[in-house]
Design a protein around this ligand. Structure first.
Ligand code: URA
Length: 228
């Protein structure tokens, strides 16, 4: 972890106060003054601020049920950020793991642990995301085989990875994906001549949505480690 991040995560200092404290030579790493905010430090280093040994706060791992017309962003835009619904200390350290469109509802993971979220979002991660999709037109049974085979999306050269499509009713399906391309679900249905009217993510890996819209909860230790 970078030295400035470590100090931020182990004190009540703001980002600019952290930079100031480090530049003024108030931080020692293993006894030596360190004024380089970008230097890397490790858990077994002894890091002190004015002689006081610092210990980082534990990482936070949360699940939220995103409402429609909210943004997966740390700041408000055309719609409010979904983080507005969370009232905890050091909220600015949180980030959203992957993004849903403003009109998409459902399961969103939130954390301040960059390594954990990278593990989930990196292309090699085969963690399945399950979407409930309401369609504009009745689904054609052929779509099951097409999605299993992979679909070439407009403007792309590689087909999508095999996806599982379960037909629930004429205009409602469950779609399981193991990748996360830009607007992937909407573009996949567009590619087969249909359109998504409503999109809801109900599961990521082993974690299922079990809270009402607008609420959040901490992940259990088992849920956190299921992504590691
Ligand atoms: N695919 C989409 O098209 N939109 C989302 O929000 C998520 C997946």
């Amino acid at each position: 972890m970078r030295l400035d991040k470590f100090v931020l995560k182990s004190t009540l200092c703001t980002k600019s106060e952290v930079t100031e404290q480090i530049s003024l030579g108030h931080i020692r790493v293993n006894g030596a003054v360190n004024t380089d905010i970008t230097s890397q430090v490790h858990e077994d280093n002894v890091i002190q601020l004015n002689g006081q040994t610092l210990v980082t706060r534990p990482f936070r791992y949360m699940l939220m049920h995103k409402q429609a017309d909210t943004l997966c962003s740390n700041v408000d835009g055309h719609y409010p950020s979904l983080l507005n619904n969370i009232d905890i200390n050091h909220k600015d350290e949180l980030h959203i793991v992957g993004r849903l469109d403003a009109d998409t509802t459902g399961l969103v993971l939130i954390t301040d642990d960059g390594r954990w979220s990278y593990n989930i979002t990196r292309p090699e991660c085969v963690c399945t995301k399950v979407y409930r999709v309401q369609l504009a037109k009745p689904i054609n049974i052929d779509a099951v085989a097409l999605f299993k085979q992979g679909i070439l999306l407009q403007g792309e050269s590689k087909p999508t990875l095999p996806a599982e499509l379960i037909i629930m009713s004429a205009k409602e399906v469950l779609l399981s994906l193991t990748e996360g391309r830009y607007h992937q679900v909407k573009r996949m249905f567009f590619a087969i001549g249909n359109r998504v009217n409503a999109l809801h993510r109900q599961q990521i890996g082993n974690v299922s949505l079990d809270i009402v819209a607008g609420e959040w909860r901490d992940l259990t230790a088992d849920e956190v480690s299921s992504f590691q």
